[in-house]
Design a protein around this ligand. Structure first.
Ligand SMILES: [Ca+2]
Length: 356
């Protein structure tokens, strides 16, 4: 049995596949082995480039001996809601992206938002007002689309500006003739810090729309002198209504929204930070982004028992209210952990009777 070890915030996950349907997932804090990539800086204040998986592999061996926490999770097929943005992860190049509006400004770099080895991102740099890269994707009028990317801005030494994702709809198949009004535009805040920040929005394709131009944009606020740069990764656009954000996980191909609130015994409280882990799972943090408190996943088990399942495990004893919403139907489920109680595993295999 071979463990697949991956990193989650400041923790490590080791997944032991027992069978195609069942896996054993070990979670352990391995800060000394794996922490830091999302927040470390190089001397030039750009995102850290992952170097190897050796640290994760060492963590995996440690887990095999003494993992602290245990989740038993059943795997199931996911409903397909494909990412319409091909090469949105910039694995090895900028292939498929139109660079016409970013002359000499877009460069592929081996810097990945999730710290993955073998996948990179794109750096945009500009001395002028605005540059962007874009591609044309097919859409269906009347359908809702969630879109976005991860961004890294150099602040505060760069000129003021924003890094944003845009989706604009067109009434033809090539995104270049009848320009319908810009239907939606989203942006990362100009005060964004030097870390990867997910940005996302939801847009409805207007009547007559056949395509949409998906753009990653770097724009100065006004016309200050100097170079401004930003990194982008994990661009996406897919059918759906859930917009992932700093406090929202969108799971099962962007269909289920997960948000949580927490409160300590001394009265401190807040909304949990959200870190996406995969299309099906993510983590929630309360006190620091590298200190995961709850891991949650939503699985499509429609073929097994005509339900979507909600599974979660926590390493906390504070009060937690976990809200999961099927954004396609509006149906919600809430899971509560009482104050001062070790977080009880959630294995709700009848959570949502909203198939397909
Ligand atoms: Ca990437």
């Amino acid at each position: 049995m071979t463990a697949e070890v991956t990193r989650l915030a400041g923790h490590s996950l080791a997944a032991f596949p027992f069978s195609p349907a069942i896996s054993l997932l070990l979670v352990e804090d391995q800060k000394t082995e794996t922490r830091g990539a999302p927040t470390m800086l190089r001397s030039d204040r750009s995102p850290v480039v992952p170097s190897s998986r050796s640290g994760l592999q060492r963590a995996g061996r440690a887990l095999a001996v003494g993992g602290c926490c245990l989740l038993l999770a059943a795997g199931a097929a996911r409903a397909a809601a494909p990412n319409l943005v091909a090469n949105g992860g910039f694995d090895s190049s900028l292939a498929g992206w139109d660079l016409a509006l970013a002359p000499n400004s877009a460069v592929w770099q081996p810097t990945d938002a999730a710290g993955l080895v073998g996948s990179g991102g794109v750096r945009l740099v500009t001395s002028v007002f605005q540059v962007s890269i874009f591609k044309c994707i097919p859409v269906t009028a009347g359908k809702s689309y969630v879109f976005g990317a991860s961004t890294w801005r150099r602040t505060p030494q760069d000129p003021d500006g924003i890094a944003e994702a845009q989706l604009s709809f067109y009434g033809n198949t090539s995104c270049d003739a009848i320009d319908l009004p810009l239907a939606f535009e989203i942006s990362a805040p100009a005060t964004s810090q030097e870390r990867w920040i997910p940005i996302a929005g939801v847009a409805n394709a207007p009547p007559g729309a056949q395509t949409a131009r998906m753009s990653l944009v770097l724009r100065k606020a006004g016309f200050p002198n100097g170079l401004m740069s930003a990194w982008f990764d994990n661009a996406f656009a897919r059918e759906g209504n859930c917009a992932p954000g700093a406090n929202t996980l969108c799971l099962n191909d962007g269909r289920f929204a997960v948000v949580a609130t927490w409160r300590t015994a001394s009265g401190a409280s807040g909304t949990a930070g959200a870190l996406s882990f995969s299309d099906d799972s993510g983590s929630l943090w309360f006190f620091a982004a590298d200190n995961a408190e709850v891991v949650v996943k939503v699985l499509d088990a429609c073929a097994l028992n005509s339900r979507f399942w909600v599974l979660a495990g926590g390493v906390t004893s504070v009060k937690v209210d976990l809200l999961v919403t099927d954004t396609r139907t509006g149906v919600s489920r809430i899971y509560r952990n009482p104050q001062g109680t070790p977080f009880a595993p959630i294995q709700d295999t009848s959570a949502f009777a909203t198939c397909p």
